[in-house]
Design a protein around this ligand. Structure first.
Ligand code: NAD
Length: 253
């Protein structure tokens, strides 16, 4: 039996990497999926792939850092599919491993706008929908960098710690209103995000890479999608306000 039968799921950053794998798996599991991304062309390709396999999905262009886009994204999901049951905050960007001493306000604000403010805005917009029907699930893609100090630069690390705090806050405060909110902290996963490391800061990159020697292995986007499916489905109905690491054991050392 499929695990998300008839559920409406919004996945941000779903044109690539983990978001794409999550959208595809959720569709296989019976969800109607809103494939949202900055990159509409690639989002359309994901929708096409889902449709060809008999799944249901639409693409919506949205920048999670823009409030108008977030409003339109959630409104479109409701208009097209009647409601929203699952929100996956997956869109995120890296920071070229820039350490605190070299940070610019611009980089800090850009990374926070996408990684932290984006999830806050989508959550703010879906909560009235979830609380009205006393049901709804939020899955935030945090990072090992949201739990530990030097997996990336200062802005990325702080922005993902903010996601973890937001996850716990929402999970606890809305628990009695039928909402669950959890996060996944992936370790290193084989996606296109490394393409955004256009000019790695030498000092920051060396400090961030210091622990790579003990990393047992690289994950695939599908590995994270399976954890997201668990958190989005009723199989995790007693799991709330917490973070599941999916990192081959990297952070257990
Ligand atoms: P990816 O680059 O393959 O995919 C990210 C997608 O998000 C892209 O399609 C991109 O267009 C989209 N996106 C970027 N900014 C956006 C915005 N402002 N609004 C909407 N969409 C936007 O990356 P990925 O590795 O699949 O990353 C997914 C999430 O996983 C991110 O939050 C990332 O921080 C997190 N993460 C990644 C790793 C890793 O090793 N890849 C590890 C831990 C956490």
């Amino acid at each position: 039996m499929v695990k998300l039968n008839g559920k409406v799921a919004i996945v941000t950053g779903a044109a690539s990497g983990m978001g794409k794998a999550i959208a595809e798996l959720f569709a296989v599991e019976g969800a109607k999926v809103v494939v949202s991304d900055l990159n509409l062309e690639n989002a359309n390709k994901v929708v096409q792939g889902i449709s060809e396999k008999g799944g249901k999905a639409i693409a919506v262009a949205a920048n999670v850092a823009a409030e108008d886009d977030v409003q339109r994204l959630i409104d479109t999901a409701v208009d097209e599919f009647g409601s929203v049951d699952i929100l996956v905050n997956n869109a995120g960007i890296m920071d070229n491993f820039v350490p605190a001493g070299d940070l610019t306000d611009e980089l800090w604000e850009k990374v926070f706008a996408v990684n932290s403010t984006g999830p806050m805005r989508t959550i703010r917009k879906v909560l009235p929908i979830f609380t009205e029907k006393n049901a709804g699930v939020i899955v935030n893609i945090a990072s090992a960098g949201g739990l530990f100090g030097s997996r990336a630069g200062a802005a990325y690390t702080a922005s993902k710690h903010a996601v973890v705090g937001l996850t716990k806050n929402v999970g606890f405060q809305y628990a009695k209103l039928g909402v669950r909110c959890n996060a996944i902290a992936p370790g290193a996963v084989n996606t296109n995000i490394s393409a955004s490391l256009t000019a790695p800061n030498p000092f920051g990159a060396e400090r961030a890479m210091a622990g790579m020697g003990i990393n047992p292995g690289l994950g695939e986007p599908e590995d994270i999608a399976k954890v997201a499916l668990f958190l989005a489905s009723d199989e995790s109905k007693f799991v709330n306000g917490t973070v599941i690491t999916a990192d081959a054991g990297w952070t257990a050392y």
